[in-house]
Design a protein around this ligand. Sequence first.
Ligand SMILES: [Zn+2]
Length: 275
Amino acid sequence: MPELPEIETIRLRLRNGDHESPSIVGRKILSARLFWNRTLAYPTPDEFQNQIQGEIIQDVLRRGKFFVFPLSTKYLLIHLRMSGDLIVEDDSYKVHKHHRLIFSLSDGIRFAFNNPRKFGRVWLLDDPKPILGELGPEPLDPDFTKEDFYGRLHPRRRQLKPLLMDQHFLAGLGNIYTDESLFRARLHPVSLASTLTRLESENLFEAIRDVLRQGILRNGASIDWVYRGGDFQNYFFVYRRTGEPCYRCGTPIKRIIVGQRSTHFCPNCQRLSRD
Ligand SMILES: [Zn+2]
């Protein structure tokens, strides 16, 4: 599943344009074509098509793993979930079989939601708060401090792995970046959040920021989903390295299931505390 760095990479491409496609900011949405009705979480397909026409894309923002497009009068939200990409291309191209929604924009350009596994969702809302307001803090927000993080972490008697992946606790982490953060902080994935010392919490906070920043610098990771560009998968310490030696100590990386998610860690570097 694309996580914060992959979403941020796509966001920057849409907002700023690149050598393959122009920016979509400032362009008018002439029409929308829906190829899979359940792509729309809200409103109905008819309402969506009527309401979106003529709206101008003001910016491309991100909140957690959501794309947020402020339009002239409304907000368009897109969540890729398991797979997918947002593609800007010439509107005369043959429609790709995994395009679920296409926006025809001004100047013969189109903006397509390509979603092979069909789990991705789109919302068109007057106010995005009912959905985005439920999300936890942005890990890279400069106003979010290590004290804030400890204050959220300490009261919770939950295992670190599922807690960090909980979007209400912290927005943007998924399986990959959680495993990589816990390795960097030398914390066992099933340690209870409430048992962490202040120093361990600070190390985890820094590890999360560090791994997300590195992921963004490498344009995310290209793995599992249709996604182009990133190469952070070549820099993983633990994720999908089961049985391979830990780069720090040489112990084989172990894979366990935590909260139904496969979890990778070094059993030597990431010891479970006794309490
Ligand atoms: Zn190790």
